[in-house]
Design a protein around this ligand. Sequence first.
Ligand code: ISE
Length: 330
Amino acid sequence: MRVGLIGAGRIGRMHGAVLASLPGVDAVVVSDVNAAAAEALAAEIGGRAVATAAEAIDSADAVVVAAATDAHAPLLRQTIAASRPTFIEKPLAFTLEESRELVDLVASSGVPVQVGFQRRFDTAYAEARRLVVAGELGVIYTIRLIAHDAAPPPEAYIPTSGGIFRDSSVHDFDSLRFMTGEEVEDVVAVGSVRGFEMFSRYGDSDTVAALLRMTDGTIATLSQTRHNPRGYDIRMEIVGSRDTVSIGLGPHTPTRSLEPGGPDFGTGWDGFLARFEPAYRAELERFIDVAGGRAPSPCTADDGYQAMRIAVAAGTSMAEGRSVRLAEIV
Ligand code: ISE
């Protein structure tokens, strides 16, 4: 299978390296709006660089879109028009309207599409989901989410990212749906700029929190920052009537216990690429099966749209200072 990779930035480089190492992939064709970046990545992974996204799509059997968020919708329209199975990085699109439109387009086309929520492929998330489904945690009372980036993205990334809820919390919102099998009923969110003034220049925040109620009454809280001096910290704690489990609590958790005799967490993760490397690999392995018609999409365009609705609800709550019901966001 020949795979077109559109985007040779930070996540594109990770996907390129993984694709080039997969036995089911014969060739990787790379394009980027920055031609030098495409050439450098192609040289590094033994692929071929082309000048435009259209050429990458034409010369491939399947496409991985890892371009900036504001380019997602136009690129997905192009890959669907060319009937190419597509892996598209999160979020599905820049706006809610585009996301909704893409769900309809994908459904009517029948072209397989997988959205890049890699945490679904992390072994600890998968094990927690297994425990939830098996009833081993009992009734889920509450879920606590921590999402602390090690360092903020470069300033140029901010205006095309869609803001912290769409760019980053969208993973946590998807993981809540994945874990509980429930939808979010309503959300209250707050945000501020605590460390990096550049976020205010784009109406964005570097520190946010959200309180979410799921349709079955489970309560979830999210704490999120764009900087954590000890490293990249992604955690989920699930408290149920029969057991309590933690994802992301281990030898690299970027925190320091102050308890006498407490655990030594060692060196923290330096970023999401290192923390989720095996999950990024597993999601693309699956995509090759999806593209080859051997498996259904594990993370559909509709999953991307539903996570986007939660992100938009959180943004609306923060902007308007009120609780927002998901039913409002369509
Ligand atoms: C980035 O785009 C990601 O997708 C990471 O998983 C997330 O943790 C980070 O905050 C985002 O900027």
